[in-house]
Design a protein around this ligand. Sequence first.
Ligand code: URA
Length: 198
Amino acid sequence: MSKKEELDNLEKKAILLHECKLCKHRKHFVFGEGNAEAEIMIIGEAPGKDEDEQGRPFVGRSGQLLTRIIENGMKIKRFDIYISNIVKCRPTKGNLGEQDRPPEKEEIESARWIIEEQINIIKPKIILAVGNTSARFLLNTKDGITKTHGNLYDYKNIKVMPIYHPSYILRNGGENSPLKKVVWEDIKKVMDYLGMKY
Ligand code: URA
């Protein structure tokens, strides 16, 4: 079976079996998308409003910034990477879907088997852990992204590079934020590891 078929099967199984308290209020289960044979995997936190509406990861404002970093900076097409999140249903502060919030521990744990299986199928060379939730999950640490970003870690023999979340960049100066340069320096280390030119 190809990796794509394995991912398709996992997606069907996950939609059927996954249970968490976010499931009731979501519009879409956001499994992930991209190249099943990718060398690079991007793992964010959880779907936001736009992702919940479209059923695709990283398509809102922060996703668009992430896509620009990938396509303009790394010179890779978004669809050559595999993109997913730790949690597959959108966490909101109320049940009316007005405001996003980070996923709770219990929500992360109930979705753990899905992202672990996705990583196991894709077996990328490197994972970009986008933001605190993803980095803490993959590094199994309580340390925050300010401390971990820019360093290469191991997750089951796969390298992990934690980077600042694009939504954090957008909240701190946007396109002109000095954090963009910090993210680019971290991404260059990923490109070095993969032997890519910049
Ligand atoms: N933030 C995330 O962490 N993931 C998404 O898919 C969108 C926003």
